[in-house]
Ligand binder design. Structure first.
Ligand code: BEZ
Length: 218
């Protein structure tokens, strides 16, 4: 993977390869292309250490780390703060609540990674990253992007749900309907020609609304 640290103001999109970078983190220096090989990665940003919404969100990631691990997924946070600020905040939250942020948090003091991932959105803030979430697959392809503003915390259930939906879609070649969650029926790929359409219209193995909308159990 090419290092693209000098590229700025890009907004990586779904289907793009995740831009590579090397960054200082709370777990030492990490080259992203070498991080969590063979795993999915959730790369997420928060606006600032020692702020209330961010503390709830980071605690949410930490408390549910085992659920991400069960989905073969590693976490990596980021903010435009120093490693020292990160360490102080990690220790403060541990001392006050018992929650420990045991995953790397990038100290993006020069804003290189934030700019590379479109996390710095100047009309929202010129100095703080917005609340971004990138779901990146083991081939380092970006599969889902979320951006939230500074004043609204994310929904951890939705991040986990979307991750599991992507993985299930990949595994079974199916699509996920509105509000899909594990255990729900999935959508089978629609027919691509008349012959397949006629077959689908006679298919008794799926729950059919019409030929183009059929669901089945996994
Ligand atoms: C917060 O996490 O509470 C926060 C951070 C930056 C701006 C606004 C709120």
């Amino acid at each position: 993977m090419m290092e693209t640290q000098e590229k700025v103001n890009v907004m990586p999109r779904i289907g793009d390869m995740a831009p590579d970078f090397t960054a200082k983190t709370t777990k030492g220096e990490i080259k992203f292309s070498n991080y969590a090989e063979g795993k999915w990665v959730i790369l997420f940003s928060h606006p600032a250490d020692f702020t209330p919404v961010c503390t709830t969100e980071m605690s949410g990631f930490a408390l549910r780390k085992a659920e991400f691990e069960a989905l073969n997924t590693a976490l990596m946070g980021l903010s435009i703060d120093s490693v020292h600020a990160h360490l102080g905040w990690v220790n403060n939250v541990r001392n006050t609540t018992g929650v420990y942020f045991d995953f790397p948090i990038i100290a993006d003091i020069d804003m290189k990674v934030s700019k590379l991932y479109g996390m710095l959105q100047p009309n929202e803030s010129e100095t703080a990253a917005v609340r971004a979430v990138f779901i990146i697959d083991p081939a380092k392809k970006i599969r889902l992007v979320m951006y939230y503003p500074l004043n609204v915390g994310r929904n951890m259930n939705e991040i986990l749900r979307a991750l599991e939906a992507l993985q299930t879609s990949d595994k079974y070649g199916v699509a996920m309907p509105l509000d899909w969650k594990k255990g729900d029926k999935v959508i089978v790929p629609p027919p691509q020609n008349l012959e397949e359409m006629e077959q689908r219209l006679n298919d008794t193995t799926c729950e059919r609304t019409d030929f183009y909308l059929c669901k089945r159990e996994l």
